[in-house]
Every structure is written in C-alpha cells, then in structure tokens.
Write a protein that binds this ligand. Structure first.
Ligand code: HEM
Ligand code: HEM
Length: 122
C-alpha cells in the first residue's frame, strides 16, 4: 500500500513538472518568443533577482523543486532497487536517498529565500 502511494505520487507530479518545466524552459530558452525579452536579459542576474521577489515565482520554484526532486529521486531509487541488495542495505539506500533529498530541498529553499530577500546594490 505504501509502495503504491509512493509510486502514485511519482506519477502524479509529472503534470506539475510538464507545466512548470515547460514554463521554465520557455523563459530560459525562448524568452524572445514568449516574453519579448532577449535570452541574455532573461538570464541576467538583476532580472533573476527581480523575478525572485515575486511571491508567485517563489511558490512555483519550490513546487518545481519538490516535484522534480521527488520524481527524480524516486525514479533513481527504483533503478537501484532492481539490484540484489540485502534487505538491510536496501533500507540504508532508502534512508540515504531520503536524507539526500531533504538536504537538496533545504538548499533549494534556502537559495530561493535568499533571492527573495536579496537587495541589489545593497
Ligand atoms: C516532463 C518531464 C517528465 C516526464 C513526462 C517524465 C515521465 C516519466 C515517466 C512516465 C516515468 C516512468 C514511471 C513508471 O513507469 O514508473 C519516469 C521515470 C523516471 N523519471 Fe521522469 N519524467 C519527466 C521528468 C523527469 C526529470 C526532470 C527527472 C530527473 C530529475 C526524471 C527522472 C526520472 C527517473 C530517474 C525515472 C525512473 C526511470 C526508470 O525506472 O528506469 N524525470 N518519468
Ligand atoms: C539549461 C537549462 C536551464 C537554465 C538555463 C536554468 C536557469 C535557471 C535560473 C536562472 C534559475 C533562477 C530562477 C530564475 O531566474 O527564474 C533557475 C531556477 C530553477 N530551476 Fe532552472 N534552469 C535550467 C534547467 C532546469 C531543469 C532541467 C530543472 C528541473 C528539472 C530546473 C529547475 C529549477 C528550479 C527547481 C529552480 C528554482 C531554484 C531553487 O531551488 O531555488 N531548471 N533555473
């Protein structure tokens, strides 16, 4: 039951990744088409900071971070689980992936928070 729930979440976050990563790529690679901005301007530090101060962007970054991280790490766990580990080692791998995921999520939230509060030229 628990395994089914974890797998369902892995599948359920796919639409979130599709939409948010699609928007992220539209901005980072096709800004001239979708936002009438040059690619250089869209990726400039000052533009990034200005974007990062928007609460909507803040939420979207965290959501994409959580969705991408969960999907990617659950998928990686699935690949690793194919190998013939002992039950104890399999548990250790699960724990390692969980700790890694929490650490990367915390780092991502910290960076997003840092950007949200950053003052240009201050
Ligand atoms: C639009 C983007 C994406 C779509 C549509 C997508 C779709 C899928 C689907 C359908 C599966 C198979 C699920 C299953 O049958 O259990 C899968 C597995 C996986 N995905 Fe994604 N995914 C996307 C993005 C990503 C990203 C950004 C990452 C990495 C961060 C990632 C990493 C993985 C991994 C590692 C697996 C497991 C592969 C395996 O078992 O061989 N995916 N994905
Ligand atoms: C060449 C491709 C990419 C470029 C140039 C790029 C660029 C950037 C930039 C400049 C930011 C800072 C925020 C902003 O300016 O809006 C950002 C944030 C972010 N990107 Fe990308 N990105 C790329 C690919 C990806 C991919 C493939 C993923 C996920 C699968 C991803 C996930 C994220 C997330 C989650 C954030 C929020 C950061 C955080 O954790 O605080 N990006 N990206």
């Amino acid at each position: 039951m628990r395994e089914t729930r974890l797998w369902s979440l892995h599948i359920l976050v796919i639409p979130i990744i599709l939409v948010l990563l699609g928007a992220h790529f539209a901005l980072m690679h096709y800004a001239p088409i979708f936002y009438a901005l040059s690619v250089e301007k869209a990726r400039e530090f000052s533009t990034m900071i200005a974007r990062g101060k928007n609460i909507g962007q803040f939420v979207v970054y965290i959501l994409l971070l959580a969705a991408g991280l969960y999907h990617g790490l659950y998928g990686t766990r699935g690949i690793l689980r194919e190998l013939p580990w002992s039950p104890a080692l399999a548990k250790l791998i699960d724990l390692g992936i969980l700790i890694f995921g929490i650490a990367i999520f915390a780092l991502g939230v910290y960076v997003t928070w840092w950007t949200f509060n950053f003052e240009l030229g201050g």
